[in-house]
Structures are given as structure tokens and as C-alpha cells.
Design a protein around this ligand. Structure first.
Ligand code: AMP
Ligand code: ZN
Length: 441
């Protein structure tokens, strides 16, 4: 089902015209109402923008700009016109605060209704929403989207896994929304109870808020008996609902481009990159009232594609997020994203998606270790619970995993095998995959 059929299938030329009109209006409003843009866009007249490509001449907005204006200094409306505030926690203490007018909340609902519909939702279906409610945008964003589409929304929020299973078994929802790491926690909890995937009522899952891989998707789909789609968003741009995969192809997420104009730029030079090339995602909000952003530098690494899609939407698709530019580990000079490690590990059926990466420095040398849980089947077939490195089959698996990582990443990472159930699990929120002890020194 296509929620906003007309815009979601607009010929690309018409879409670009619509974007240009909106961009001009945005520049005018931002200059007039936001002091930062009054300065930075002083030389830019809306009428000077003759095509969407002129966007490349405008300056970027960065997270530091929002921090400097903390909490409400970037608003284009008086604070009293906000009907809601959300915030995102960063690594450096202060929150990134975002605000919504009534119209922004309606937009937030609309783009999420579109995303849920892309992923297979229909009016009347039941949605088990296990994204966290609160300052985090995930819970309420999806909630309003589900209601807007006409679904029955169960606002479970994250955590209390046993209660989640009970509600799913009793209410029989068709769709679930949460982080991919929590979807895996739920799948494992069902398996531990002896509930088979085909006994679970869920048919679709809409998962996001953290990087994940296709290999992880296969595990989740098999474990919950669903087709899961990747949803992407960030608080600064609106929250979830920026883009989502359609259930027809599940190969890249359609960007709601009539509201969020997407670019991919070179992380070093800031120059726009051609389709298909990886770089930093940059979004311009075309219709937001409270917090309009011009060329917001997300730090997320992805690429764009305008290839036609089986679902009929003409909206650009963005590839899975490889990681954040600031998530990227540089290990002995090699750039490593956690998702690359995940993809390499999951090529071995003996390993599971329960892993984390520990980085430390010994002297001047970076040392990286990957801890990963082996599967129950591996232990059963070995006939012993022991993972001692003295055992041949344990050493063989460890060495095979290390060769696989070396082969696909080009950097040696030591592998430690862990018993099933011993690694940290998602309790409902985003899972921390990397422990970088170099920063602690
Ligand atoms: P927040 O504003 O706290 O919700 O965090 C937004 C960030 O979460 C994004 O900039 C991405 O780094 C990450 N994120 C959100 N959705 C996804 C996704 N589907 N895949 C990968 N990373 C994601
Ligand atoms: Zn599609």
C-alpha cells in the first residue's frame, strides 16, 4: 500500500521542482528567523537558487551548531509554539534538543505512516511498538505514524522482555517495531520458550535506530517469522520516518524526499558525490517549521540510488548505513566499521550476531579483539560446553573467523569465542557494539 500515492510516485523532474520551491521558501524563513542562518546565508537570496543542484553552494549545519544553540537557540518559532520536544543523547554529555510545532507533529506522523505502509502495514493491522517512549524520537514517532495509518498501536516501549512475549502471544499483532538488536533479543527469548517462528503472529518488522546488516536481518526474519524492513531517521531531521525499505524489494530505503532532501558528500571535501558512491549523508528539511535545517551533516555513511523500484515509488533509495563517520574505528590505519565485522562473522554459521569489538592500545599499537558467541548447534555437535583454546575444533573455528575478518576487512582482529547467552543483549534501546579503551587513557 502506498500512503501518499501521488507524491511517492511523482516523476523525478516534478519532484525536483517541488523541492526547489520548498528550498527557496526554507532559505527565506531560515534567514529571517534563525540568527545562525541570518549570518551564514547573508549572501544567499532565495531567487538565486535556480535549481536543486545549487544547494551545493550552501553551507553545512553541524551537530556543534545545535549544541552551541542549546537548548532552543536554533528554533524558527517562539518556544511557546512548540507542542513537543525530543532530545537525543550524544557521547559528550549535553543533549541535542529538537522541537515540533503542531504542523511538525502532523508531518512526523505522516512520514511514519508512509514508512509503515512501505514495510507492509495496512489499516486495521495491529502494531506492537517496542521502541522506547520518552525523549527518544523512536517510540512516539512510530506511534503517531501507526495511528495516522489507522493501525491499532500497542505502546509497549522497550524492555521487560517476558511481558513483550506475553503481549505478542495474547494480542497477536501483525507488525513489530523496535531496534534490530532488540528484535534479536525477542527472537531468542521466543526460541528459549520453545515457541516456533510460525507460531508467532508477527508478519512484518520495521527496525532501525542503529546500524545492522543483511546477515542480521536473515537471523531476525527466521527467528520471528517476519519480513523486516530497515527504517532510518535522526532527531535533528525529525526522528524515524526519514526513509524506509519497501517490502517489495527491501534493497535500500526510500527517502521521503518531498520533505527531506538527501545528498551524499565526500567526508573530506564536502563535495557532492555521484550516485552509488559512499559518503556522508546530508539532509535539508524542506517543510519543518520549528527546526528547519539547511544541509545537516549527519555523519552517517551511505550512498543513494535512483534505480526504479518494483513498488512503483520514484523516491530515491539510500543504502544501509555502513556506520557513522565517528563510529568508524581506525585500527592500525585501516578503517573498520562494526557492520563490516558483523557481516564477516555471520558468514560462518557457527557464529551468532551477539558480538562486540574491544579496542585497546598496547604501546603505540592498536589491538582489536572481537568477542562473539558461538551457536548452540556448534556446542551440541562438539559434545562439550568448553570453549578452551586447547580444543581442536575451538581453535579451528577461531582461526577460520580470524581469516574471514582479515580477508574482508584487511586488518587482523583477534577473535574470542564466547558461550551462548554471555554477551550483553539489547534491553530495548540501541546496543553499544564497540568498547574503545583507547579513549580512556
Ligand atoms: P537519534 O537521533 O538519537 O535517534 O540517532 C540518530 C542516529 O541513529 C542516526 O544518525 C544514525 O547514526 C543512527 N540510525 C538511525 N536509524 C538507523 C538505521 N536504520 N541504520 C543505521 N543507523 C541508524
Ligand atoms: Zn520500493
Amino acid at each position: 500500500m502506498i500512503f501518499d500515492r501521488e507524491v511517492e510516485t511523482l516523476p523525478r523532474e516534478s519532484l525536483r521542482e517541488l523541492q526547489l520551491d520548498r528550498l527557496r521558501a526554507l532559505v527565506a524563513v531560515a534567514k529571517e528567523r534563525v540568527p545562525l542562518y541570518g549570518e551564514r546565508l547573508a549572501d544567499v537570496e532565495p531567487g538565486d537558487l535556480s535549481s536543486i543542484d545549487d544547494l551545493r553552494h550552501l553551507p553545512f549545519t553541524r551537530k556543534d551548531d545545535l549544541r552551541a544553540a542549546y537548548p532552543f537557540g536554533m528554533l524558527a518559532v517562539p518556544r511557546s509554539q512548540l507542542v513537543r520536544v525530543h532530545a537525543s543523547s550524544g557521547t559528550t554529555g549535553k543533549l541535542t534538543v529538537v522541537g515540533y510545532t503542531r504542523a511538525d507533529v502532523e508531518l512526523f506522523a505522516r512520514v511514519n505512516a508512509r514508512c509503515l505502509a512501505m514495510a507492509g502495514a495496512e489499516r486495521g493491522m495491529m502494531l506492537h511498538n517496542a521502541y522506547g517512549y520518552g525523549l527518544f524520537t523512536g517510540g512516539l514517532g512510530i506511534h503517531y505514524g501507526g495511528e495516522r495509518l489507522g493501525m491499532t498501536v500497542i505502546p509497549v516501549s522497550g524492555g521487560m522482555t517476558e511481558r513483550q512475549l506475553m503481549l505478542i502471544e495474547d494480542f497477536r499483532p501483525e507488525m513489530i517495531t523496535c531496534t534490530p538488536s532488540y528484535a534479536l533479543t525477542l527472537a531468542q527469548a521466543f526460541a528459549a520458550r520453545g515457541v516456533a517462528p510460525n507460531e508467532i503472529s508477527l508478519r512484518y518488522a520495521v527496525l532501525g535506530a542503529e546500524p545492522w546488516t543483511d546477515a542480521m536481518r536473515d537471523e531476525i526474519d527466521a527467528g520471528l517469522g517476519v519480513a523486516s524492513s530497515n527504517i532510518f531517521g535522526l532527531s535533528e531531521v525529525i526522528g524515524p520516518g526519514v526513509s524506509c525499505e519497501c517490502v517489495e524489494e527491501r534493497a535500500g530505503s526510500h527517502v521521503n524526499e518531498d520533505h527531506f532532501l538527501a545528498e551524499v558528500v565526500d567526508p573530506e571535501t564536502g563535495e557532492p558525490l555521484p550516485e552509488g558512491e559512499d559518503g556522508v549523508l546530508v539532509f535539508t528539511t524542506l517543510t519543518k517549521e520549528a527546526l528547519p535545517l539547511v544541509r545537516y551533516w549527519t555523519g552517517d555513511i551511505s550512498s543513494l540510488s535512483s534505480a526504479p523500484c518494483a513498488c512503483g515509488r520514484t523516491l530515491l533509495r539510500m543504502a544501509r548505513i555502513k556506520g557513522r563517520a565517528d563510529d568508524m574505528l581506525i585500527i592500525r590505519g585501516v578503517n573498520v566499521y562494526p557492520t563490516q565485522v558483523e557481516a564477516a562473522l555471520l558468514q560462518l554459521p557457527e557464529l551468532t550476531p551477539n558480538y562486540r569489538i574491544l579496542v585497546a592500545r598496547s604501546g603505540t599499537l592498536d589491538e582489536a579483539e572481537v568477542e562473539v558467541e558461538v551457536s548452540e548447534v556448534f556446542l551440541r555437535e562438539a559434545g562439550t560446553e568448553s570453549l578452551s583454546g586447547d580444543l581442536d575444533h575451538v581453535r579451528e573455528l577461531r582461526e577460520r573467523a580470524e581469516r574471514r575478518l582479515q580477508g574482508s576487512i584487511g586488518c587482523s582482529l583477534a577473535v574470542s569465542l564466547r558461550a551462548p547467552g554471555t554477551m550483553p543483549r539489547s534491553e530495548g534501546g540501541k546496543l553499544q557494539r564497540v568498547v574503545d579503551r583507547r579513549a580512556l587513557r
